[in-house]
Design a protein around this ligand. Structure first.
Ligand code: FES
Ligand code: FES
Length: 268
């Protein structure tokens, strides 16, 4: 059974179609013999398809002509940035909109800093600028003129790893490792924040400024909450940071039995 659909639209007569086609051909600039041939060959449906194709080609041509008239877009916004990266002087011509993360990875080949979300939400891109941790995906390279940038590649001294790197390895503070450069840079800057007596959301008494601050596990977690780990290596990351913070070497296996139990007891 075929269904009939009623519509308020008036019937399209052959004359109306022909005048629409004529108007469209005027707009397309098709005249004379080619116009007669075109109308003679094109049925109603085929006409629409052909007209669309021609319009699309004309638009593409206009677009490419406009583009060709423009100079290379990367040359329109160039700024020169001179800064220190891992102790070495660097000078780059970068697009004014380029992020620090892209400049480090794409221009300087420092691919340790990772692009996770590119939206300031995961912390994988964390680097240290003038001693403070920053999200390099939300920092423009042009903002770093004269600044001192440290990435994960700059933490070790030759073959001697930074104590935070050693502790992450000892405590197995990673699985896939994608978040790890950001976690370690964040943890290194965190140690300086603590030495400077900077408060956090977990600081109990804001009036009593103690220096240096003694970090509880809860406070380590809070201060590291901007660094996400999809592998869920959080307990081991906290162990690694605690060991560097207290300076007391701990046995990861023993921690598994004692501190985990304390944490569980505290939450019951
Ligand atoms: Fe910068 Fe996720 S990549 S915060
Ligand atoms: Fe895989 Fe953190 S170790 S995301």
């Amino acid at each position: 059974m075929t269904e009939e659909f009623e519509t308020d639209l008036p019937d399209t007569t052959e004359d109306q179609m022909r005048s629409d086609e004529e108007r469209l051909l005027d707009e397309l600039g098709i005249f004379g013999e080619s116009r007669r041939r075109f109308l003679g060959q094109a049925s109603g449906a085929a006409f629409s398809v052909l007209a669309c194709q021609i319009l699309a080609e004309q638009k593409a041509l206009a677009f490419s002509e406009t583009q060709a008239a423009q100079p290379d877009i990367s040359l329109q916004n160039t700024v020169k940035v001179a800064f220190k990266v891992n102790g070495a002087e660097k000078s780059l011509d970068v697009d004014s909109r380029m992020t620090l993360l892209d400049a480090l990875r794409e221009r300087l080949g420092l691919t340790g800093s990772k692009k996770g979300c590119d939206h300031g939400q995961c912390g994988a891109c964390t680097v240290i600028v003038n001693g403070r941790r920053v999200l390099s995906c939300l920092t423009l390279a042009a903002q770093c003129e004269g600044e001192n940038v440290t990435t994960i590649e700059g933490l070790a001294k030759g073959s001697d790893l930074h104590p935070m790197q050693t502790s992450f390895i000892k405590h197995d503070g990673f699985q896939c490792g994608y978040c790890t450069p950001g976690q370690i840079c964040s943890a290194v800057a965190l140690m300086d924040e603590v030495k400077n007596g900077e408060m956090s959301l977990m600081t109990m008494n804001l009036r009593q400024k103690t220096q240096p601050i003694q970090l509880s596990d809860a406070e380590i977690r809070e201060r590291m909450s901007g660094n996400l780990c999809r592998c869920g290596a959080y307990p081991n990351i906290v162990d690694a940071i605690r060991e560097v913070h207290t300076g007391k070497p701990t046995d990861p296996l023993a921690l598994g039995n004692s501190l985990r139990k304390e944490e569980i007891d505290a939450t019951v």
